[in-house]
Design a protein around this ligand. Structure first.
Ligand SMILES: *Cc1c(COP(=O)(O)O)cnc(C)c1O
Length: 428
């Protein structure tokens, strides 16, 4: 495949945009080579600036669960745009999407819309702190909750040591309020509670981790977290930016039958436009301004184009009673195919999957947390990535990402992909 025009466009971009990209993972730093510039996309396919067609396994990192340029979403945006694109005043559309969300997701009474998953998680934490009157939060190593200061913290040396910032610009003052725990390790969490009695406002977690590959919660882990939170008057925040409207209509809360206190959304909820949201029961949501003391705002929050896109997407998911089953079946088919060809070619691997989230790790040990996720062989991943790309299959350009399966994929696309993986794995 040729990337002549993409290479030129990347060189042009690098002159005026740091690293040539507006979000770091797009820059191919993890895999080397030139990022591909997209011209258009439809259904399961991307078309790049060099006229290559690619089967897309990222789907805008999740939102395109029903395929690119999904007609009801395109129509909704187009019609809405003719009526004006932003007012900074309430619209009926905001109530409509809020009503639909509240009806689809268990355990929430009210929802507030923002512009990204980052904003949703950042605001959820502020709300939890305001509600509980406590400062500290627990996050899990390897979980991503957007790029706000409190979340850019990596593991310190010991169990109960305070986190150290892993980006310059995050102050020690902020970092000290973020405690780190290992995913799937309830004893670790309990030790943090022991060492920080009555100080922990919230635990925030990806109920299925998706930002260190896909890592399912081990049996009982989410239940235990729920219990620890209830015992300590700490709020449990499910960051469902990735899992919401993907694993089930009601997200991971529904799938695992666990009630979180605050739920964060992004990605699918915006149908491909910039939308995030956070939601909870009345008791908690009424703590927000203008009726409560916790301030949170946004000039473009609830933007009519974004709400129209999100509403069209959620309506489509809500009406299609088979959608999550179909996605699960397609992804299971892909999983089985991958397992078969990698085994046949004697590649050491682990595949993790929950519903339409799947990841391939080049290590034969179980991948259950950030530490084990890091065991994967990155050189093998690079070859795997570029080998697939050369055959027109686009997966995320990083070994730490989940693949997002879209319903637009046909079984023919999946067979083509499995065949491409077979070819690549002979060279690994
Ligand atoms: C993508 C993601 C975010 C951040 O959302 P943005 O819209 O990129 O700010 C937060 N949490 C999780 C779990 C995510 O996957």
């Amino acid at each position: 495949m040729l990337y002549k025009r993409s290479s030129q466009l990347f060189a042009d971009a690098e002159k005026v945009i740091p690293g040539g990209v507006n979000s770091p993972v797009r820059a191919f730093k993890g895999v080397g080579g030139t990022p591909i510039f997209v011209k258009s996309a439809k259904g399961a396919y991307l078309y790049d600036e060099d006229a290559n067609q690619l089967i897309d396994y990222i789907n805008s990192w999740g939102p395109m669960i029903l395929g690119h340029a999904f007609q009801p979403v395109i129509d909704a945006i187009t019609e809405r745009a003719k009526l004006g694109t932003s007012f900074g005043m309430p619209t009926e559309l905001e109530t409509k999407i809020a009503e639909l969300t509240v009806s689809m997701v268990p355990n929430i009474d009210k929802i507030r819309f923002v512009n990204s998953g980052t904003e949703a998680c950042m605001s959820a934490i502020r709300l939890a702190r305001g509600f509980t009157g406590r400062d500290k939060i627990i996050k899990f190593a390897g979980c991503y909750h957007g790029h706000s200061d409190s979340f850019l913290i990596q593991a310190g040396s010991g169990l109960s040591t305070f986190g150290t910032p892993n980006s310059p610009g995050v102050t020690q003052g902020t970092a000290k309020d973020t405690l780190l725990a290992n995913y799937n390790d309830i004893e670790n969490v309990k030790a943090l509670f022991e060492a920080n009695k009555n100080e922990i406002a919230a635990i925030i977690i990806e109920p299925v981790a998706g930002n260190m590959g896909c890592i399912p919660p081990v049996k009982g882990f989410l239940e235990d977290l729920r219990q620890v939170c209830s015992d300590n008057n700490t709020l449990l925040i499910f960051d469902e930016v990735m899992t919401g409207f993907r694993l089930a209509k009601g997200g991971a809360q529904e799938l695992y039958n666990i009630q979180a206190d605050i739920v964060c959304f992004g990605k699918v909820i915006g149908g491909g436009l910039p939308v995030g949201a956070f939601a909870a029961k009345n008791e908690i949501m009424n703590y927000l301004a203008p009726i409560g003391p916790v301030y949170q705002a946004g000039t473009l929050s609830g933007n009519p184009l974004a709400m129209a896109a999100g509403l069209a997407m959620l309506e489509a998911l809500n009406q299609d009673t088979e959608i999550f089953k179909r996605l699960d079946e397609k992804t299971a088919y892909l999983e089985n195919g991958i397992r078969k060809v990698l085994s046949n070619n004697n590649v050491e691997f682990t595949v993790n999957r929950v519903g339409s989230m799947i990841s391939v790790h080049f290590d034969k040990g179980a991948v259950v947390d950030f530490k084990t996720a890091k065991n994967g062989d990155n050189e093998t991943f690079k070859k795997f990535f570029h080998g697939l790309l050369n055959q027109g299959v686009y997966i995320a350009p990083s070994a730490y990402e989940t693949w997002f399966i879209t319903d637009a994929l046909t079984y023919q696309d999946l067979d083509y992909t499995i065949d491409a993986i077979d070819k690549v794995s002979k060279e690994l």
